[in-house]
Design a protein around this ligand. Structure first.
Ligand code: ZN
Length: 134
């Protein structure tokens, strides 16, 4: 089982509107969706480049995964998301290979995708997301 492509790159930002301006005005990309994921206390903005997206993440509350990340490390690269045809089997398979999973089973993420995270301690420092349609 291997990923089909890099689905998106997640970037933590303090101010979504300011960050969107950079991606639109300097890089010439178009923000095609803004979505709040209540579960994660985060507001996301998406840009498409080829088949890969940039996902900007702004915390809606300081006591949230992105809020804590920014408090500790500041803004910047947050996670890398690989697309899989079957997210749950990919997570299961990684778990069987002694990878520490944050999510043993997938949960709903932005854009109606199923998502699950691998712990950065098991992935050489990169918070890794598996995601896909099923
Ligand atoms: Zn993500």
């Amino acid at each position: 089982m291997k990923p089909t492509h890099i689905e998106h790159i997640g970037i933590a930002v303090e101010n979504l509107d300011e960050a969107i301006k950079y991606y639109e005005n300097i890089l010439g990309l178009k923000c095609y969706a803004i979505e709040e994921v209540k579960d994660q206390k985060v507001k996301t903005a998406f840009f498409m480049i080829g088949q890969t997206k940039i996902e900007l993440l702004e915390a809606t509350e300081t006591d949230s995964p992105i809020g804590k990340f920014i408090e500790k490390k500041g803004q910047g690269l947050h996670h890398l998301a690989f697309a899989f045809d079957d997210v749950d089997s990919a997570l299961k398979s990684a778990g069987e290979k002694e990878i520490r999973l944050i999510d043993k089973e997938s949960r709903p993420g932005a854009e109606g995708l199923k998502i699950g995270f691998l712990h950065p301690k098991s992935t050489f420092g990169v918070l890794t997301e598996f995601c896909g349609k099923k």
